[in-house]
Design a protein around this ligand. Structure first.
Ligand code: UDP
Ligand code: MG
Length: 330
């Protein structure tokens, strides 16, 4: 379990209103740009801290961050070092666990998501929204391949997982402390925050922005990692693939039954058929289908066990707000 005391304090500030969590994996060439960009917008933000989460970088990311030790800035900088590379989503979890602010913003280190949008997010939060999602207005800076695969992925998620899954939303978001508290209490081993943030509910709002190109360095999400990420997302939010197994079993069974009926009909009508062939095929098809149905049924139970093991709370609620005292009876 990590706590805020596990962080290296580069400059102290007791209770910042906002924590900016920035996961970094080999991002040495982006650190000074990050600090520069936040200096530019510091005046538009409430008191804040930047919490760098070093996800086991092998380059000079840590040295770059530590070079700010003793520097005077309008904001606090903290560094949390993970013991090895755990991956982007777990780096975000570690950051949220160590967040001190009343709200927490997560943003990538490569400045593809512009920090200049954060003041708008803060405004939405102050209006009472607990979740403010950064939504990419256009993705023309992304490759055709990335845009197409992303579009397919969002459709699949909407159909199979959640109808309210927002398209073109990444991990650039602001969440209030109460949402942070829910997220960090979840025992999920492979959290997919974009889905979980939708699942938690609460009042949510969007801020649209233009996604820029990576400031420097290379993407840490090559194709295979992206596919794994998508599969994680789907399976941690949908049991529908298991239902497809059951349905496909039924379809195969029905084929088997049709084969068999046609065979019997032709036989009774006196057609000369190759002996044993159709009956064998139809029986194999029918039994094969039945086995697939059985697997699907077992899968349904495993799906329920999985849901139980995920250990998400059954229900989340706001604390009671409206209190109307009843009349005292004497
Ligand atoms: N990242 C991380 N650990 C990893 C991979 C990525 O902390 O194992 C961070 C990375 O440094 C960046 C963010 O996650 O701040 C998003 O990565 P990237 O920009 O490479 O993803 P893309 O924008 O290409 O999808
Ligand atoms: Mg990026």
């Amino acid at each position: 379990m990590l706590s805020s005391t596990d962080c290296e304090i580069i400059k102290t500030m007791q209770n910042p209103e906002l924590t900016i969590v920035i996961p970094c994996f080999n991002e040495e060439s982006n650190i000074s740009q990050i600090v520069f960009r936040f200096e530019q917008i510091a005046a538009q933000l409430p008191s804040f801290e930047i919490l760098f989460v070093d996800d086991g970088s092998k380059d000079k990311t840590v040295e770059q961050i530590l070079s700010y030790k003793g520097a005077t800035k309008d904001f606090n900088i903290r560094l949390l070092r993970l013991s090895r590379n755990f991956g982007h989503q777990l780096a975000l979890l570690a950051g949220m666990r160590s967040s001190l602010g009343e709200a927490c913003v997560t943003i990538d280190a490569d400045m593809q998501d512009p920090p200049e949008v954060i003041p708008d997010m803060v405004r939405e939060w102050k209006k009472g929204y607990d979740v403010v999602l950064g939504q990419r207005g256009d993705r023309f800076k992304d490759t055709w391949f990335k845009r197409t695969t992303a579009a397919i992925f969002y459709r699949i998620m909407i159909i199979l997982a959640r109808g309210d899954f927002p398209a073109n939303v990444g991990d650039f978001r602001l969440i209030s402390k109460r949402v942070v508290d829910v997220l960090k209490s979840l025992p999920e081993q492979s959290p997919y925050w974009r889905g979980i943030v939708v699942w938690v509910g609460f009042k949510r709002s969007f801020v649209t922005y233009k996604r820029a190109e990576r400031f420097s360095g290379e993407t840490k999400y090559p194709f295979i990692k992206m596919v794994t990420f998508g599969v994680d997302a789907l399976f941690s939010f949908s049991k529908k693939p298991l239902l497809f197994v059951v349905y496909s079993g039924f379809v195969i069974c029905i084929f088997g039954a049709i084969f068999l009926s046609v065979y019997i009909f032709l036989k009774l009508s006196g057609y000369a058929l190759v002996p044993g062939w159709v009956s064998l095929i139809s029986l194999i098809t029918f039994i094969g289908g039945f086995q697939i149905i059985c697997m699907g049924v077992i899968g349904q139970y495993i799906g329920r066990i999985y849901e139980q093991v995920l250990g998400r709370p059954q229900v989340l609620a706001y604390p009671p707000e409206l209190v109307v005292p009843s009349e005292q009876k004497h």
